[in-house]
Write a protein of this length. Structure first.
Ligand SMILES: CC(C)(COP(=O)(O)OP(=O)(O)OC[C@H]1O[C@@H](n2cnc3c(N)ncnc32)[C@H](O)[C@@H]1OP(=O)(O)O)[C@@H](O)C(=O)NCCC(=O)NCCS
Length: 322
């Protein structure tokens, strides 16, 4: 059957709770390097205000999923979660689903003027030409047994340059209110946020009041190197179970700032804050400015059994007009 014919045989609808197992079946346990978040997010996504979750079906089988989240006070949609069943890839189904979602948003939400998304692959120049590149983050992917994380934090802390005399103040855990005040401040927006964008995991948001409600829903831990005019501010997601191993937990730390010492300090403070609650096998991704990545990578060399989960990878934030 031709690719065009196949895309025509697809029916689209909003996802429902009973699609859960079929949605999980789209991607096997090895997809996304074993870190698929769908089991942890599907039910929450269906309940989330401003989120639309679409599935594509062929003869009653769920073969693809895409989600759109209204952000920036309703002016932008963020696409997330795109996936197509492995046996049907390369036949235009993802593109057709994205067109369906875009048309749906145009019809039902005429105030939306832009689409934003994050990509972890390396899109071709032709693909990139369709978008504005808003930001690029480099990802340090580490893994270890939870039992080894305390040793790692102690080892790195003893080596941080800041431990010299006089030592700088310890990083501070921010209340949600403090974090929001900072995120909306001219200093953080202009000097720290990549492309003036808050990136929570793979979710890029403009630093506007309306998006603070989205962040509040995420249960993030916020840590900065100092409360006023910080050189680095970071968020950490709540750890969630992933298919990689029966006891595997994944979490993401996004650090905004270009001072290596400050980035390292808040990265370690985020790990320290999690130490007591973690069990099993940990795979944690830290997203930083690409100029900071080599230094962070070097700082993280250790004798505590924390290793690279995979080598350098990156997240591109792209935007286009609707
Ligand atoms: C990526 C994937 C969805 C592509 O599905 P497909 O049906 O083979 O794709 P198509 O034949 O429609 O052709 C590619 C189109 O898919 C979309 N696409 C491909 N990769 C994408 C990505 N990482 N993020 C967003 N859109 C993507 C684009 O519309 C692309 O067209 P473009 O390159 O001109 O922008 C599929 O390979 C898959 O499910 N991979 C595993 C999950 C995954 O990596 N998802 C993407 C990140 S969330």
């Amino acid at each position: 059957m031709s690719a065009a014919r196949e895309a025509c045989d697809v029916a689209y609808s909003l996802a429902e709770e009973q699609d859960f197992q079929q949605v999980l079946n789209i991607c096997g346990s090895d997809a996304f390097d074993g870190l698929d978040y769908m089991a942890a997010t599907f039910h929450r996504w269906l309940q989330e205000p401003g989120r639309l979750v679409f599935v594509a079906r062929m003869t009653n089988r769920v073969v693809a999923l895409e989600s759109a989240l209204l952000v920036d006070g309703g002016q932008t949609v963020v696409f997330q979660g795109l996936r197509v069943a492995p046996d049907l890839r390369g036949r235009g189904i993802a593109g057709a689903l994205q067109r369906h979602v875009t048309d749906y948003v145009r019809r039902h939400y005429p105030q939306v003027s832009a689409v934003r998304l994050s990509r972890g692959d390396r899109p071709s120049p032709q693909t990139l030409a369709k978008y504005r590149v808003i930001a690029k983050e480099a990802i340090l992917c580490l893994c270890c047994e939870a039992a080894d994380l305390g040793l790692f934090v102690a080892e790195l802390s003893s080596r941080l340059p800041g431990r010299a005399d006089p030592s700088p103040p310890a990083p501070v855990t921010l209340s949600q209110q403090q974090a929001e005040t900072l995120l909306l401040s001219e200093h953080v927006v202009s000097n720290l946020l990549p492309g003036k964008t808050i990136i929570n995991d793979w979710e890029p948001l403009r630093p506007v009041e309306a998006n603070m409600e989205v962040l509040r829903r995420r249960g993030l831990t916020w840590i900065a190197d100092r409360e006023f005019e910080p050189a680095a501010i970071s968020l950490c997601t709540t750890p969630y179970a992933v298919p990689y191993r029966h006891d595997a937990l994944h979490f993401n730390i996004n650090v905004f700032g270009r001072s290596l010492a400050s980035v390292c300090a808040v990265f370690l403070a985020q790990l320290e804050a999690l130490l007591q609650s973690l069990r099993g096998y940990l795979i944690f991704y830290t997203y930083v400015d690409p100029t900071v990545w080599p230094g962070l990578r070097q700082t993280c060399q250790n004798n505590s059994n924390v290793s690279l989960f995979k080598d350098y990878c990156q997240e591109l934030v792209l935007e286009t007009d609707l």
